[in-house]
Write a protein that binds this ligand. Structure first.
Ligand code: HEC
Length: 195
C-alpha cells in the first residue's frame, strides 16, 4: 500500500503543531493588557455648560435676536451698577475677540471694523475714514455710544442696529459686557465719567 496519504497527513499535522506553537509563543511575548479605564470619558453634563459660556455664536440666539435681547434687558442689573464692579483688565482679555476686526490703538486705525479708541460717547457711524453700513449711519442719527447703548449693542449687535455689518454674535454674559465696556472707557486720553 502507498505511504502517500500518511505523508500528507503528517505534513498537515506538522504545520498545525508549528502554527499552534507560534500562536502560543506570540501570546507570551505580546501579552494582551485590557485597559482598566476607558481612554476618554465623554462628560455629558459638562459639555452644554461649556457651549453656553464660550460658544461665539449660539445658533438659537442668532435665530431669534429679539428674544435674546429681551431676556438680557429684563433680568440684568443696569450697566451703571455693573460698571461699579467691572474689571477693565478682564475686559481687555475678553475684548481679544474684537481685535480680529477692531484696533484699540490711539492712532484710531480702521480694520474690518472702525477703530475703537475713544468710542465711548462717540456718535455711531462717525469714525473718520471708515465706510459704515447704512444701518449704522442711520442709527447714529438718533443715538450716542453711551454705556447703556453699548451694553445693548454688544449683547446682540444685529438686533440693536438692524442692517449693521458687524459679524459678531454678541457677548451674552452681562459681566463680560461690563468688563469690556470698562475697558473701552479706558481707551481715551480723557475717559468719560463713570455713570
Ligand atoms: C467680525 C468682525 C467684528 C468683530 C469680531 C467685532 N466687530 Fe465691532 N464692528 C465691526 C464692523 C464691520 C463694524 C461697523 C458696522 C457697520 O458699519 O454697520 C463694527 C462696529 C462696532 C462699533 C460701532 C463703532 C462706531 O464707530 O460706530 C462698536 C462699538 C463695536 N463694533 C464694538 C465691538 C466690540 C466691543 C467687539 C468685541 C466684543 C466687536 N465690535 C467685535 C466688526 C466686528
Amino acid at each position: 500500500m502507498s505511504l502517500q496519504p500518511n505523508k500528507i497527513l503528517g505534513a498537515v499535522l506538522a504545520v498545525a503543531v508549528v502554527a499552534f506553537a507560534i500562536d502560543f509563543v506570540s501570546d507570551q511575548i505580546f501579552a494582551k493588557q485590557e485597559p482598566t479605564a476607558p481612554g476618554y470619558v465623554v462628560d455629558m453634563k459638562a459639555a452644554p455648560a461649556v457651549a453656553a459660556t464660550d460658544a461665539p455664536a449660539p445658533a438659537a440666539a442668532q435665530a431669534d435676536p429679539k428674544a435674546a435681547a429681551a431676556s438680557a434687558a429684563t433680568d440684568v442689573a443696569p450697566i451703571a451698577d455693573r460698571l461699579k464692579t467691572a474689571d477693565a483688565a478682564a475686559g481687555e482679555k475678553t475684548a481679544k475677540v474684537c481685535t480680529a476686526c477692531h484696533s484699540f490703538a490711539n492712532t484710531g486705525d480702521n480694520k474690518v471694523g472702525p477703530g475703537l479708541w475713544e468710542v465711548v460717547n462717540r456718535k455711531p457711524g462717525s469714525h473718520e475714514g471708515f465706510k459704515y453700513s447704512q444701518g449704522m449711519t442711520t442709527f447714529g442719527e438718533s443715538h450716542t455710544w453711551d454705556y447703556a447703548t453699548l451694553d445693548v449693542y454688544l449683547t446682540n449687535p444685529k438686533a440693536e442696529v438692524p442692517g449693521n455689518k458687524m459679524a459678531f454674535a454678541g457677548l451674552k454674559k452681562p459681566e463680560d459686557r461690563a468688563n469690556v465696556i470698562a475697558y473701552l472707557r479706558s481707551l481715551s486720553a480723557n475717559p468719560a465719567p463713570m455713570p
